[in-house]
Design a protein around this ligand. Structure first.
Ligand code: ADP
Length: 633
């Protein structure tokens, strides 16, 4: 009732103001006033000076917003308020929060000056965006998309001597890469030397190398791995067995053999070199190698910085040091490829107030990421999952598959489009990966709402997610213990401490399994049995679900539980490329001048991407695309 009255009164006021205020004179108490409001990144304080009838000046007193994102708003909105003598100023696109913060802070200051705010808001709107201009620029390489793949391509092209521009449609670089789990898979015997190899690991290798091969590529990989493993065993080498071929074999098998063998080989042969390349630019990993969800083997490298911020920070630092050769333009969306006599020669793009035409004297690289945030597109291609209309996603809003539209016009072929990856690890509120309490596959298990285990928690991502869809409300709990969180301040991969997750009610902790069961409302006997079953599996190395990845028993309080649901994560399909990252057309031929890398491409992961393989993929093929693009003509 109260709300209805408020809405009514507001509408009445707006009506009366609109009816008379556009031309009316507004009076102020002359003086200088300050007002504060919430900006993009904390408080914004603005200062306004007025005489009896006019706003004389608007000045920024303090703000904490990022200049690259919000600079234009701070430049233009104060000027627009003064020139239009109005609070009806359009926000600057790409800097909405900052714009609104500035306008709100100025409003607060003008309230102190006794102004009629409603009247100022109803004056003729003024645009804070300058008239559009057009600009033509020439670079050797135009890279579209500033996620991990695009930045790797830009840097390697520069290292091969090219001048590069990177176009990013969002207000900042990073894409899905910066918000990803960020584990990087690579066979890396040096760093894997400290991992103990158990009987279950050995059995996995024997099974995979001993089974009937699906095709010649798998047969070749099986033979190589069997030989390498025999040598490893005979030499009594310490640590965990791994090799590029074992990684390839698991990748190819884990994607149901529909990946392109040539791309799988290129991938597997180059993951370690790409990892070392990123490290050489300053990227840091923790010394412990782990198994990320769905990785199938302990070869995941964990960045020191949270999520994917380490990769993007490293790349942006490099770019900052080489800005004479690499230009990064944010808020600049590629809208079309320019094609001249069958060759891709440039890109049309739309900036905040500039229409660009970029000529690429060597080549264009598409690195626009996947389409996990594009509901129409993923529904169009999805054949594997129930209706995904209402499914959440771990993706950033820019993951809309733009590269596919651009490439299609150039005649590109697409592969594997119906393979959309879901994770069983979505936050029930947002679908994002935040709040995930698992630290590594070996150290946690899952139960459904009845407190029962229901799947091999070390299995492929699609296997686990399909099993989760079969559980009540497609809802599960991740269970772990103190081994995962030695202290309440221990953080998950998303920079959240277990203590804050518990305080927020996003995770539960208890000193006994019985207490935990009560807190998460599952039958005590079932949860107790699930823990016993898991601990028996640690001893036996295998259990009735077929689980083979184990490390240590869950037996040390506090015990933790966190809820999870299925969420859309990655799109395996996309633009077809060859091993040089050149785009292939619908007749199987290379499209001259066009390269692609990262999640926008298809054919590397097959039907199911192993966890931890994406970060490796984008760096391997980002480097290949950049280096080869720079070597054109
Ligand atoms: P990858 O892992 O393949 O690098 P990301 O999602 O990390 O993929 O990065 C892709 C980047 O491309 C994102 O930052 C996204 O905003 C950007 N992007 C997508 N479409 C366009 C476009 N039309 N123009 C410019 N940038 C784009």
């Amino acid at each position: 009732m109260k709300r209805c009255i408020t809405v009514f009164l507001t509408a009445l006021m707006a009506f009366s103001v609109l009816g008379c205020a556009s031309s009316s004179k507004i009076s102020f108490t002359p003086g200088t006033y300050q007002g504060t409001a919430q900006g993009f990144n904390g408080d914004v304080t603005m200062e306004v000076s007025v005489d009896a009838g006019r706003i004389l000046g608007v000045r920024v007193v303090s703000q904490n917003d990022t200049p690259e994102i919000s600079g234009l708003a701070y430049e233009r909105i104060p000027a627009a308020i003064v020139s239009g003598q109005t609070l009806a100023v359009d926000t600057v696109s790409g800097a909405t929060y900052s714009s609104q913060g500035i306008i709100n802070a100025v409003t607060a200051a003008l309230e102190k000056a006794g102004a009629d705010i409603a009247a100022l808001r109803s004056r003729r709107p003024v645009s804070a965006t300058a008239a559009r201009s057009s600009r033509k620029e020439t670079y050797d390489i135009v890279v579209i998309g500033a996620g991990g793949a695009g930045l790797a391509a830009a840097i390697s092209a520069q290292q091969a001597g090219a001048r590069v521009v990177v176009l990013e449609k969002m207000p900042r670089a990073g894409g899905n890469t910066i918000i990803s789990g960020a584990a990087y898979n690579s066979a890396d015997p040096g760093r894997q030397a400290s991992i103990a190899m158990n009987e279950a690991n050995r059995a996995t290798i024997r099974e995979m190398t001993g089974k009937a091969p699906h095709d010649a590529f798998e047969a070749e990989l099986q033979q190589t791995v069997a030989r390498q493993f025999a040598e490893f065993t005979a030499a009594r080498r310490p640590g965990l067995f791994d090799s590029p071929e074992w990684h390839m074999l698991q990748t190819y098998n884990g994607g149901d053999y529909v990946a392109d063998p040539a791309l799988v080989r290129t991938f597997g042969e180059n993951t370690l070199a790409a990892l070392e390349w990123e490290i050489s630019m300053g990227m840091q990993f923790t010394p412990d190698i782990f198994t990320v969800l769905g990785a199938l083997w302990p070869r995941s490298h964990r960045p020191v910085m949270p999520l994917g911020t380490g990769y993007i920070t490293t790349d942006l630092n490099y770019i900052e040091q080489h800005k004479d050769m690499i230009t990064l333009l944010v808020d600049t969306k590629a809208t079309d490829l320019i094609i001249t006599n069958g060759r891709v020669t440039g890109v049309k793009a739309s900036g905040i107030d500039i229409d660009y035409e970029f000529t690429a004297s060597k080549a264009v690289v598409i690195a626009t990421g996947g389409f996990g945030a594009n509901k129409e597109l993923r529904q169009k291609y999805n054949t594997q999952w129930p209706n995904l209309d209402n499914a959440g996603t771990t993706n950033h809003p820019g993951a809309t598959g733009d590269g596919l539209v651009l490439a299609e016009k150039a005649g590109a072929n697409f592969v594997g489009m119906d393979y959309v990856q879901l994770l069983p690890m979505g936050d029930p509120a947002s679908g994002s990966l935040s709040g995930n309490i698992e630290q590594g596959v070996e150290d946690r298990f899952f139960v459904n709402k009845s407190g029962n285990r229901f799947v091999d928690e070390g299995a492929r991502r699609d296997v686990m997610t399909l099993a989760l869809f079969d559980q009540q409300d497609a809802y599960m709990w991740v269970i772990c213990d103190r081994h995962s969180y030695p202290t309440p301040q221990t953080k998950n991969n998303f920079n959240e401490t277990i203590e804050e997750l518990v305080q927020q009610g996003r995770a539960f902790s208890a000193d006994t399994i019985e207490e935990l069961a009560a807190k998460i409302n599952v039958p005590v006997a079932n949860l107790r049995a699930a823990v016993a079953e898991f601990n028996a599996g640690v001893d036996a190395g295998r259990d009735k679900w077929g689980r083979t990845l184990w490390r240590i028993k869950i037996d040390t309080p506090p015990y933790y539980a966190g809820p999870r649901i299925p969420t859309v994560h990655h799109t395996m399909g996309g633009i077809q490329i060859n091993t040089r990252a050149q785009v292939i057309n619908r007749n199987g031929q290379v499209i001259p001048g066009l390269y692609a890398c990262g999640e926008t491409t298809g054919g590397i992961h097959g039907s199911n991407r192993l966890g931890g393989n994406a970060l490796a993929d984008i760096h391997v093929f980002g480097r290949i695309a950049g280096t080869n693009a720079a070597a054109e003509r």
